[in-house]
Design a protein around this ligand. Structure first.
Ligand SMILES: [Fe+2]
Length: 206
């Protein structure tokens, strides 16, 4: 069974005005689909990889045959990253984080506002295409960035949340103003989903 782009859990326009409908259509139907199509082409050439799920594939890149390793890194990463991205957003989301992730953010960053500031500043500086991430190192939360479609899971860190700062994620509405997109994005975060990912991150073993 080849990999598939999961259906969006809400309408294309549901995240307006934070993320516009046209961006969501292109991002989900074209960009995410392209990653999945390219990943499936690589798997076709190496059917032994089909038994693993996409997270397992990118968690152990050295185990991927060299001929398709970069394709799996980029497109497997693209698939995993975007699958998470749709899940951790929702219409009428945002607000203060609650539950265990809310407590951990307060404990590690002082306040939600301090955390957001640090996340936005760090992610705004990511040169070129990439992602800003919140990961758990076993003791504390950390903010990290990656280039391209690299995912922290390849370094042993299960991502709790991530924001896409490829221009395709924001350029139609925000043009070159990446910091404005980063600031607005918190209005659509689904903290229930982020709490579920935090629970997974705490028990994650490669
Ligand atoms: Fe993207």
């Amino acid at each position: 069974m080849p990999f598939e782009v999961p259906a969006l859990p809400y309408d294309y326009a549901a995240l307006e005005p934070t993320i516009d409908e046209a961006t969501m259509k292109l991002h989900h139907d074209k960009h995410h689909q392209a990653y999945v199509t390219n990943l499936n082409s690589a798997i076709e050439k190496h059917p032994e990889l089909a038994s693993k799920n996409p997270e397992e594939l990118i968690a152990d890149l050295p185990a991927i045959p060299e001929a398709v390793r970069k394709v799996v890194q980029n497109n497997g990463g693209g698939h995993v990253n975007h699958t998470m991205f749709w899940e951790i957003m929702k219409p009428n989301g945002g607000g203060e984080p609650f539950g265990e992730i809310g407590e951990q953010i307060k404990s590690d960053f002082g306040s939600f506002d301090d955390f957001k500031k640090q996340f936005n500043e760090t992610t705004a500086k990511q040169f070129g295409s990439g992602w800003g991430w919140l990961v758990f190192d076993g003791t504390k939360l950390q903010i990290v960035t990656t280039a391209n479609q690299d995912n922290p899971i390849s370094q042993g860190h299960y991502p709790i949340l991530g924001n896409d700062v490829w221009e395709h994620a924001y350029y139609l509405k925000y043009q070159n103003k990446r910091p404005d997109y980063l600031a607005a994005w918190w209005n659509v975060v689904n903290w229930e989903a982020v709490n579920a990912r935090f629970a997974t991150a705490k028990s994650y073993k490669k």
